[in-house]
Write a protein that binds this ligand. Structure first.
Ligand code: ADP
Length: 257
């Protein structure tokens, strides 16, 4: 009766449900904390270049710059504006991946052709540092979302160039394995210390903040890769030795995506 709303038996029966609710609440809280942290990071990342731009522009506006220094100031403004554009583009890509229903359709994508195209898009960046890029393997068809596969492989290849040394090398291999299509990107760059291997997939995480910024990084590239992999059921692994180089493997599942 009403005097004992929850006797022991009922309580025991309810325990698993109460525990499940507790877990759910914790998960919700974790997601909400991640969102909060993400917005805090976004504001910081957006504010920094905007503050520089407005600062340089204000000094110029007040006529406090010698004529010979104007090119230098314009260059700084331009660079910060470019950073902002890349950042906003990455944030948009990520938020699209976050939407539960990704509207983009899956189609048969030839990963070999896609990689060749990505490598040619990266060739201006690579030749600036005299980094040689090669593609090996074989033509593999994979049923996936072309635009997202493109972003994933592009980001990994771009990092392989960005964090490479002068005269370095990047080799991309694609082929079919027993577990399904696989893409590996190997570089001869600066490498990543083991304790960072998990964390580099987090939003805005960089091993070396100034290094990444100087190389035009936003810290979002690999979180886009992680989300793309989740959408396709792919697995991404990192093998790296500091000072020697990095190999990133993307294992896609067998069959129709
Ligand atoms: P970013 O825009 O800074 O490159 P990413 O999310 O793409 O951000 O990568 C996160 C961090 O992981 C980078 O800042 C860099 O420190 C490290 N990293 C990623 N790829 C490589 C690589 N191939 N070699 C060395 N470090 C890398």
């Amino acid at each position: 009766d009403l005097e004992h709303p929850l006797d022991n038996e009922t309580y025991e029966e309810l325990t698993p449900f109460l525990e499940a609710m507790d877990r759910q609440n914790k998960e919700k809280e974790a997601v909400s904390n991640m969102r909060k942290e993400f917005s805090a990071n976004v504001s910081h990342e957006l504010k920094t270049p905007l503050t520089s731009i407005s600062g340089y522009a204000e000094i110029m506006k007040n006529g406090m710059v010698r004529p010979q220094d104007i090119p230098l100031f314009s260059e700084r403004i331009y660079k910060e504006a470019r950073r902002l554009i890349t950042l906003v583009e990455d944030i948009i890509k990520l938020s699209k991946l976050d939407e539960e229903s990704v509207e983009l359709e899956k189609e048969d994508v030839d990963l070999y052709d896609l990689i060749r195209e990505i490598v040619s898009r990266l060739s201006p960046q690579a030749s600036q540092k005299n980094v040689r890029m090669e593609v090996t393997g074989e033509s593999v068809k994979y049923f996936g979302i072309r635009q997202i596969l493109d972003e994933m492989i592009y980001n990994v290849c771009e990092n392989a160039v960005k964090y490479n040394n002068e005269n370095g090398r990047v080799s991309v291999w694609v082929g079919d394995t027993l577990n399904g299509p696989k893409v590996t990107v190997t570089d001869t760059g600066i490498g990543i210390p083991k304790e960072h291997h998990e964390r580099i997939f987090e939003r805005f995480y960089r091993v070396d903040k100034s290094h990444s910024k100087e190389r035009g990084g936003t810290g979002l590239g690999l979180s886009i890769v992680k989300h793309g992999a989740l959408l396709h059921g792919a697995k991404v692994t990192v093998h790296s030795t500091p000072g020697r180089g990095t190999r990133i493997e993307m294992q896609f599942p067998k069959g129709k995506g």
